[in-house]
Design a protein around this ligand. Sequence first.
Ligand code: ARG
Length: 462
Amino acid sequence: KTSKLWGCDGRFARQMNDNLAQLNNSLHIDKRLVQEDIFGSFAYSKSLCQAQIIQPNELEMIQSALYEISNEWKNGTVVLKDDDEDIHSANERLLIEKIGNVGRKIHTGRSRNDQVILDMKLWIKKAISDILEIFSTFLNVIIEKAEENIDILMPGYTHLQRAQPIRVSHWLLSYGFFFQADCERLKQIFERVNLSMPLGSGAISGNPFEIDRIELAKNLNFRGVTMNSMNAVSDRDFVCEFNFVASMISIHLSRLSEDLILYSTKEFNYIKLSNEFCTGSSLMPQKFNADSIELVRGTTGSIIGQLMNILTTLKGLPSTYNKDLQGDKESMFYVYDKIILSLKVMVGVIDTLEIFKENCWNALSYDMLATDLAYYLVRKGKAFRDAHHCASAVVDVASKSGVDINKLPLTAFKMVSESFNEDVYNIFSFEKSVEQYQIIGGTSKTSVLEQIAHLKEFAANL
Ligand code: ARG
């Protein structure tokens, strides 16, 4: 005998196979949607009443029972049954147990197909707001560090080879702008989800009762409704988008982690992570390992894995609802939990990060000003390509004679090009080098301050 909500003893004379029951049961995962599910039923019962499917007194019974069920879930007093295969069937059973036949009307015209998407969309809007809230703290932490360290110079790298001097702040802010873009992506997903309330799509064809979907959307805090019922119940694009943006966030965190891990090695020694974010070794007593950010970097793979998970599920899936889709929530929850934790860890890591000014400064070397040497010649009228060759020749002479380029005598410069004069020595200043990039986005102090102002305004309006 089955007590499934879809059951009837004639067609389902035999109990569901135990293994299938296990595979099918998703309550342990989708119970995270409990409050969204109840909120959805709460609003839907109002629509049913407006459509005269239930009477005002029945509406009241349903709504106060839902209120009780919501509290029971919060207090942990709900008693579950084996036949509760998911959160939707559990909540419907609980309602029926409380108010009998009136409860049996809640699902009129509704399907778990439109119900589950509603729940997920409600949930994802909240999830996005949570992530944005942490980003607002994170961006402010990055901004503060950038402000504190605006006068500290360090080597900038391309190909991990020493390239040009930069401000430490410029490096930090480069990540700030990646995160700004991530926030914008999240807000775009939020807006798209917000415009597409799915309830009223039924299992596939819509809802035949007088349900005012626009009104229903308003009551559920959405700004618009989906326009095609088949599209609505097929759609998991928002999960793909969420997992994609989460992957991007994670990739950005991972690249930042990589920089931090490298810069905190004794070989670089530009920065130090607070003990709070390190662990020791069970064998080597001297160790401080940057486990926090290694975990952040390592988690990225599993988040990208969840993006592949949902994309692969959708590929080749026929129209509308297929049970394959049930795995979407596990994927979405996993990604959310990991992103929240990774972001929180990174906020702490950056907030407590120590920057060794002297070591950053001492790591600069004059060959990193070879580009400036070429620009010097450009200003004397040489074509850049020729100037580049001359500067390269100077670097070569200096390295072969074992001195820094700023220590070469003028005669050595003159041998390379007659355009070099006494004033060439003026370019050998790291401060001047970073200050020459006054352009928007450059390394000069004004430019970096501009970047800070820009990011500050963005964070304030998140
Ligand atoms: N637990 C299901 C899921 O999350 C709900 C939708 C079930 N719909 C159905 N027609 N069996 O996918």
